[in-house]
Design a protein around this ligand. Sequence first.
Ligand SMILES: C[S@@+](CC[C@H](N)C(=O)[O-])C[C@H]1O[C@@H](n2cnc3c(N)ncnc32)[C@H](O)[C@@H]1O
Length: 205
Amino acid sequence: MTYWDTVGATKTFTHPLHHPWLAGIDPAARILDYGCGYGRTMAELVTLGFPDVSGVDVSPAVIARGRREHPDLDLGVIASPPTVDRPASGADVVVLFAVLTCVPEDEAQTALAAEVTRLLAPGGLLYVSDLLLRPGRPAVFTTSDGAVCRHHERDHLLRLFAGFDLVAERHLDVTTMNGNPASGIQLLLRRGEDDAGVVGGADPL
Ligand SMILES: C[S@@+](CC[C@H](N)C(=O)[O-])C[C@H]1O[C@@H](n2cnc3c(N)ncnc32)[C@H](O)[C@@H]1O
């Protein structure tokens, strides 16, 4: 059993949706929450007036919790990560909140970024929230309860989605799932209208 199927499935996740960034999005947008956890951000998006929200996550336990807490949400397990069994370009918006931090390896991050790009329609928005590397701290570390996490340089995240245009960026204080203070970064990125979804490689750690 992985961390996310055991202790991780009991945690409270915290990265906030920045409502001003949602203001210009068509209420009919097809929103996919990749690594949705127990549906926290999905439920908020529905409440904010976006009915077409679905979410996928690698952890069956986290998805089971989401189905208990939010029976009306469309939640699914990613059976063969990072690939989601859905057609290309089927989402107008992809939400990727505190997921890259759970994927420490460069190759796995690049594959995840490529899959997110495939799922997103050209011209669609990618809303990333993740954790910034603090000076003097290790990029990859194991928490006291066994999660392997990665914190990132800002430019690493931008390189990962090199085929996207940066629409907006904000830096914020966040609390980790273990209650520790951390530096968060949020990026609103737009996939080019006519690109082939080029995804950049990440620099090695
Ligand atoms: C910190 S939680 C954030 C959950 C949710 N995005 C939120 O903000 O409430 C990270 C989630 O990513 C999921 N996850 C971990 N590795 C993943 C992967 N390779 N692909 C998709 N989801 C993953 C975990 O199961 C967990 O639900």
